[in-house]
Design a protein around this ligand. Structure first.
Ligand SMILES: Nc1ncnc2c1ncn2[C@@H]1O[C@H](COP(=O)(O)OP(=O)(O)OP(=O)(O)O)[C@@H](O)[C@H]1O
Ligand SMILES: [Mg+2]
Length: 296
């Protein structure tokens, strides 16, 4: 007889996907969930009314990797990030998140702050900073999800609250140093040059103590010098902080330099996955970017 605990665990991890025709669902592949995967997305669909923005998408990220998600404009990349970070609720599919690569939690339906607390932080395609606040305060806000003090602490200010507040400031300065913005701690975020605002958003994500950071077009609008500094920063975050990264990017030079694995999306479907060398020569990818006559 099947072990009842395993049966319940399996039912919790893989409840029947709603709103999808059963024959559209892919078969579960248990071996896809082993190893040191931090994020596993299976069979995800996102419909906006009559528009299917994500069409049975699979993607996984292993601990320590830099993975890129690329595709032409409107392919569904940002929608994918919005679904896995709780901004949208996917129509169906499974999102499994792990902080250690061993224990998974199904995070469908969680709110963005709950997803962040579980170790997945993100930046946005259009920068979303608190522009009227200082650079330091923007980082401190990211740290808030790791604090415990509540209303009682705010009113009576016991030593534990004061210690925690000092810790938030110390950690925030340390992050500013790592992203090279320690000299601008008191500057208003709106006054920072564009490239520094993008780095500040990455710093805010780092402040949440994540195991996985999602970057949505981190190099968009940057000049070549800023892009080079960004590549350097992403490499340092991965090697120095041990943070895994999944990034959306249109700058192919950056993608090919940084990513160990690349997923390619087109019209809501994942059309290819592989190492940079494979992706560069994949006929489906070339067609998606250059059109039908690419081979002519
Ligand atoms: N909230 C929404 N309501 C309706 N349609 C949406 C919504 N968000 C995205 N879409 C549609 O979903 C599709 C995918 O959009 P998405 O922004 O995910 O593309 P993208 O791959 O990030 O493109 P880009 O590279 O230009 O940023 C588009 O057709 C878009 O118009
Ligand atoms: Mg986008």
């Amino acid at each position: 007889m099947a072990d009842p605990v395993r049966k319940i665990r399996r039912a919790l991890l893989f409840p029947p996907a709603r709103h999808c025709k059963p024959n559209e669902r892919q078969t579960e592949r248990r071996n896809g969930f082993s190893g040191m995967k931090l994020l596993t997305v299976k069979d995800m669909v996102m419909d906006f009314g009559g528009l299917r923005a994500l069409n049975h998408v699979d993607l996984d990220v292993e601990k320590g990797e830099i993975v890129a998600l690329i595709g032409p404009n409107g392919a569904g990349k940002t929608t994918f990030f919005n679904c896995i970070t709780g901004i949208y609720t996917p129509t169906c599919g499974h999102i499994l998140l792990s902080s250690d690569g061993r224990h998974f939690e199904r995070i469908n339906g969680l709110k963005p702050n709950q997803v962040t607390r579980r170790g997945m932080a993100r930046t946005f395609q259009n920068i979303r900073l608190f522009l009227n606040m200082s650079v330091l305060e923007n980082i401190m806000i990211g740290r808030h999800c790791r604090t415990r003090s509540g209303i009682f602490g705010a009113i009576f200010r016991p030593p534990s609250t004061r210690r925690e507040e000092q810790d938030v400031v110390d950690v925030s300065y340390e992050i500013l140093r790592k992203i090279g913005l320690d000299g601008a701690a008191d500057e208003t975020a709106a006054n920072l040059p564009y490239g520094d605002q993008r780095r500040l958003e990455i710093g805010r994500a780092m402040a949440t103590d994540p195991s996985l950071i999602l970057l949505d077009e981190p190099a968009a609008g940057m000049n070549p010098q800023e892009t080079m500094e960004l590549v350097d920063l992403i490499k340092r975050i991965r090697s120095g902080e041990g943070i895994t990264m999944l990034l959306i990017e249109h700058d192919m030079k950056l993608v090919m330099t940084l990513a160990q694995r690349i997923f390619v999306m087109d019209y809501g479907k994942m059309i290819a996955e592989g190492a940079p060398g494979e992706i560069k020569t994949n006929p489906l990818v070339i067609k998606a970017y250059l059109g039908e006559d690419a081979h002519a």
